[in-house]
Write a protein that binds this ligand. Sequence first.
Ligand code: FO1
Length: 327
Amino acid sequence: MTGPPRIVVLAGGVGGSRFVLGVRAALRARGIHDTAAALTVVVNTGDDLWLSGVRLQPDVDSITYALAGVNDTERGWGRSGDSERVNHELQEWGAGWPWFTLGDLDLGTHLARTGWLREGLTPTQVIERMSRRWPLGVRLVPMTDVEVDTIVVLEDGTRLHFQEWWTRHRATLAPAGFDNPGIERARPAPGVTEAIAEADVVLLAPSNPVVSIGPILAVPGVRDALRSTPAAVVGVSPIIGGKVVRGMADVCLTAIGVETSAAAVAAHYGARAGDGLLDAWLIAEEDDALAAEVAGRGIRSLVAPLWMTDAARSAALAEAALGAAGV
Ligand code: FO1
């Protein structure tokens, strides 16, 4: 390998943001200044929705805001120091969702995006344009330019948009499954499969395997690109000590019949040596005892500190993931 490594990260919202920050920091620590030339982040867009006439892209925005350093680190979503004047007014009108907060600064993002979409820009072009305001140090691309929703299917057949199930019901309604209607007609956004094919390493961020990484893998062409790339595919477990770090991955995994354990998630992704995706899988020190089980499935397992509690730990984790690929 000559020059900086070419890295692709598949990511969702909060866990994805922290991990991507870590990868960017690890590259900077290696003296690589043009990190955007080295690092492509393919982000889940299944959480996206239309609300009060504007297009929301929660995972795109979480990653954008985090990389720009303007994110609300307490809540994990939205802008730091945001206010809610417009949101109160929308509620007075009975517009939008009463349980869903649109911050004033955040609304500026949604209005800008919606305007550009209406002018004919694709989501890829909109993100590229937004990246100019804050040089993010990564090339951020959506999984697809096609609108694909993540729908939660309840046991009685009720279908809810993922955002309603999560923000209104806090994942308390047991799902029977998940659906991305129309995803079979979606295509990877420009550059996604090319970046995977040309990468030195592809990293699966410790994001929700079902509703964050799952939709990215379900876009036709992405899975094949991962199986055929000469790059090593390395995943980071979102499960530590049998528990989710935050969010509702445990409920999602249970719904698709996967145990909430680092080894079970590795088995869910599968070994590239078989018919799956992973060459290597990073598990936490707390899950040391599962290493043999992962290895037994044909996936090289490495034990590393997975808690991304600060920037230094996120960078160390990213360095461990790159190291697992010999990059
Ligand atoms: N999460 C909440 O729990 N409550 C909200 O009111 C809320 C509003 C919101 C607005 C814009 C945005 O980009 C994200 C928002 N989120 C909110 C976060 C979001 O629901 C999820 O955490 C992600 O989609 C999962 O990655």
